[in-house]
Each structure stands twice: as C-alpha cells, then as structure tokens.
Design a protein around this ligand. Structure first.
Ligand code: HEC
Length: 192
C-alpha cells in the first residue's frame, strides 16, 4: 500500500514537471540541453557563426561539377570568347552520343523545332523566317562544305553560344546537350 502511494505521487510529480503553460515549450527534458535532441541549424540565408565568412549558404568549391552536368570549359559569353573557343571546342570535343536510329530521329526532331525555321527543313539556309523577310540575315547552309568540314564540337559550340557575329543566337539554354549532339549527327545525315 505504501509503495503504491509513493508510486502514484511520483507519477503525479513527473506528469506535472513535463507539462508547461506554453505550447511551444517542450517542458523539462533531460538531454535537450546537451543538443542531443534538438540540433542547431541555420537557414540558407541566415548569418552563420561557424564559417569564417559568416555565410550559411556556402559556394561550392571551385571546379565542383553539379550532378548530371558535363563540364564545358569553353566560355562564349562575348565575341572575343567565342572567337577564341569555337575552334578549340572543335579540336578537343568528341560527340559522346553514339549514332543510332534513335539518336538520328531525336536530332531530326530537335532540328525541325529549333533550326529549320531559319536554316530550312533541308538545312540549305532557306527557312521561311528568312525567305519571308522576317529574319534579315542569311542563314548559313548547313549541308555545304563550309559547315560540314567543321568538326562536331564546333557545330555543338555554335548551337550552344550562337555564331561568333551574334547574328545567330545561342540555343544552349533551350536544347539539352545530348539533344545538341544528336542534331550534329542529324546534320551529317542530312548532308549525304
Ligand atoms: C533565328 C535564326 C536561326 C536559328 C533558329 C538557327 N540559326 Fe544557325 N545561323 C543563323 C544565321 C543568320 C547564321 C549566320 C550567322 C553568321 O554568319 O554570323 C547561322 C549560322 C550557323 C552556323 C555556322 C556558324 C559559323 O561558324 O559560321 C551553324 C553551324 C548553325 N547556324 C547551326 C544552327 C543549328 C544547328 C541550329 C538549330 C539548333 C541553328 N543554327 C538555329 C540563323 C539561325
């Protein structure tokens, strides 16, 4: 009997201790003050006392490559960069996509959507945007020797950043790299 009373008293005491007026307060908890249950964290844009520069959202280390991205170390945001890198990309890059019926069909579809309005469905430089007079600059024929003699990487580069003069705009943000390589395969096929 004595023990039962003691037990009930203890139960009551524990219940009271674990309650708190404020709903946001977890009440008494033993391990909490040692950061065992409640880890400290900082939001992306909050100041951070742990890092020397005081920033939570650290930049990735130089040269880090995001998942699923292939490095493309050939900048082309202005005329000088394009002039310097177009030929270089041509010499150093290899088309990573194997020539398959699937790749050619994919290249054909992307060519139709992104290139044929200017360069024409046969790639001769006679797309309706040019023939109708809506687009003033003559698009280069993609099936003649001038473009066909360029290595794959150079054509890929032109698609990525546009032509050196800027008359043809960049398509790098609209066409995925793999689809750009498929277009290159398709252009070889188109020229046959
Ligand atoms: C808005 C019209 C337009 C579109 C769309 C377009 N081009 Fe062009 N392209 C041009 C013009 C104009 C030129 C000539 C530009 C120059 O001489 O600077 C050109 C030039 C080129 C050249 C030759 C670049 C060089 O080094 O002389 C290639 C290769 C090329 N285009 C490929 C493509 C491919 C592939 C696509 C589709 C992804 C495409 N173009 C989409 C207008 C376009």
């Amino acid at each position: 009997m004595k023990y039962i009373r003691l037990f009930i008293f203890l139960l009551f005491a524990v219940a009271v201790m674990s309650c708190n007026r404020s709903k946001d307060n977890p009440g008494y908890d033993y391990a909490g003050k040692y950061d065992m249950y409640y880890t400290k964290f900082y939001k992306a844009y909050s100041p951070n006392p742990v890092f020397r520069n005081g920033i939570t959202n650290q930049l990735p280390p130089e040269g880090a490559v995001a998942r699923g991205k292939t490095p493309f170390p050939y900048p082309g945001s202005n005329v000088a960069e394009k002039a310097a890198n177009q030929a270089k990309a041509g010499l150093e890059l290899k088309n990573p996509v194997p020539v398959t019926d699937e790749a050619l069909a994919n290249g054909k579809e992307h060519f139709r959507i992104f290139c044929s309005d200017c360069h024409g469905i046969d790639g001769k430089g006679d797309g309706h945007l040019y023939t109708s007079g809506l687009f003033p600059a003559k698009p280069t024929s993609l099936v003649d020797a001038y473009v066909q003699n360029k290595p794959d990487g150079e054509i890929f580069y032109v698609m990525t950043y546009g032509s050196i003069s800027g008359l043809m705009g960049a398509h790098g943000s609209q066409i995925l790299p793999e689809d750009r390589w498929c277009i290159v395969h398709y252009l070889r096929e188109l020229a046959k």
